[in-house]
Design a protein around this ligand. Structure first.
Ligand code: KIV
Length: 271
């Protein structure tokens, strides 16, 4: 067999979502879908199910590592998981969170950290918490060719300053943050726990897509933590805005109980 005969003439691959493709969805009025993923299997499943963007979120600290908040996860841990997600995602644009407090350590450190993410994983962009206060950092990353998603409203990395997770209602601050992020070159922006009417106003004001979480129906897209969306919380706190589309926790418990029972009674494995 010749070499050319061994290579399939057409490998059918889904068309990759890109930064311009995500931005075009806003101009076309197509709602953008985004979910978190932290490993290969889940990334592959969500990707093959048609989600537009995958977020390797620092929520991993809570739902994967079992911490109380997002602060403990490290850059090396984010990169380790982003690599797995990058291998699993063929179509979705993958966004990786900059973990606390990378983007507060100065422009140079942030570019080095974000550069590592793009070099060492197959992921295409980063997300950082911040708006007006992070405009110079966003701009430096964008100038280095690193697409940035900003994140304003509730910023989980500032949990200790906020004294908990609360809806953010300061209209002037939110508009200043969102417009500064856009002007600095962010390709998109997460609005977390913002009143729906304010999220609508910001979404109409900005040219870049807004991705809402707990921010009502008027954003250009929505993101959820996949464990919440799939009903996989092990009794942990689930925000009231979450909708669970499955009850995987019950399925896993039931399957595990059946397996244990069949092993104990000798029903599995069969002879
Ligand atoms: O880390 C994360 O999962 C996030 C989403 C909640 C937007 O930042």
């Amino acid at each position: 067999m010749s070499d050319s005969a061994a290579i399939p003439s057409k490998v059918s691959r889904p068309k990759r979502m890109t930064v311009p493709a995500i931005q075009k969805m806003k101009t076309q009025g197509s709602r953008i879908t985004m979910l978190t993923a932290y490993d290969y299997t889940m990334a592959r499943l969500l990707d093959q199910s048609g989600v537009d963007m995958l977020l390797v979120g620092d929520s991993m600290a809570m739902v994967v590592q079992g911490h109380d908040n997002t602060l403990p996860v490290t850059l090396d841990e984010m990169i380790y998981h982003a690599e797995m997600v990058g291998r699993g995602a063929e179509r979705a644009l993958v966004v990786v969170d900059l973990p606390f407090p990378i983007n507060h350590q100065g422009i140079h450190q942030t570019v080095v950290a974000a550069g590592r993410i793009l070099k060492e994983t197959r992921c295409q962009s980063v997300k950082l918490e911040g708006g007006a206060d992070q405009a110079n950092v966003i701009n430096a990353l964008v100038m280095a060719g690193i697409p940035v998603m900003a994140h304003v409203g509730l910023r989980p990395q500032t949990v200790h300053t906020m004294g908990g997770y609360r809806i953010q209602r300061d209209r002037d601050q939110l508009i200043a943050d969102a417009t500064a992020a856009e002007q600095a070159g962010a390709f998109s922006i997460v609005l977390e726990c913002v009143p729906p009417e304010l999220a609508k106003e910001i979404s109409e004001l900005l040219r870049i897509p807004t991705i809402g979480i707990g921010a009502g129906p008027h954003c250009d897209g929505q993101v959820l933590v996949s464990h919440d969306m799939l009903g996989l919380n092990c009794g942990g706190y689930v925000p009231s805005f979450v909708k669970a589309y499955a009850d995987l926790e019950s399925s896993i418990r039931e399957a595990t109980q059946n397996y244990c029972s069949e092993v104990r009674t000798g029903k599995f494995p069969e002879i």
